[in-house]
Ligand binder design. Sequence first.
Ligand code: 0GY
Length: 305
Amino acid sequence: MSCIEKTPGWLDWHPRPAKPFLALPLGAVDAHCHVFGPAQEFPFAAERKYTPCDAGKQQLFALRDHLGFSRNVIVQASCHGTDNRAMLDACKASGGRARGVATVGRDVTDLELQQMHAAGVRGVRFNFVKRLVDCTPEDELLEIAERIADLGWHVVVYFEAADLPALWPFFSRLPNTVVVDHMGCPDVREPAHGPGFGLFLQLMHEHDNVWCKVSCPERLSVTGPPALHGELRPYQDVVPFARRVVEAFPHRVLWGTDWPHPNLRGHMPDDGILVDFIAQIAPTRALQHQLLVDNPLRLYWPEDA
Ligand code: 0GY
């Protein structure tokens, strides 16, 4: 790993993730992961809020194979701003096994959008997490959403649970499929049947274009890391939240590793353990197949669905 002035306290990804006990279904998609740099080739954005360690496409593809995934969805991370070159390069190098989610401004041209589509991009991400990005006006985001709808692209939204009431009217106006990162970041110290997470579930009930990534137990958990590979119930406090969503909306859920796990404090997860977490939130083979194969194919590889 080569790093340039990474953020103090930065944790690098797990060097030797375990082989998962869970056998992933054939064709499984890791639908949320990132590439960072390498900075020498793809410099980080001047406006970034953190400087990560390089985490390039070769490491990502090696992890894909090690864990038993067939494909990746590479989501543009805020440290690269609207410069999508690292993500596009990875998609192009994947031989059709990676699709991308870009970040664009209103100045993006139609030609650039078409070129991104040809490289494998199928969505844009709107990031509302204040520690990661400066605010973009909603009318600008709506304009982008309407333009990409013509390409059949969806919108990925990343926000924190406390901001959902304020964002609700904006989400309701989006003409696209809307994919929510990490279940809208619930506070898992509250009950999964409580009003906070209830509001998020209501969003999904009232808007059948809203999908959800039941990802990032390592980010949401407050009980700390699982003890050992093979522990039967890793990230137990997140399970009731993710399981509720999977069981209520089996056709509208996705899952991803979130490798290389930006901005984690405290511990770096073993990606093999994260895969084993899936068995707790999608306990049947049928649910696992929907979560890991059928749903991501519908959104990212509809030609294969
Ligand atoms: C994630 C989480 C984070 C970062 C980003 O775009 C990003 O920089 O996504 C985070 O720090 O919560 O979704 O991987």
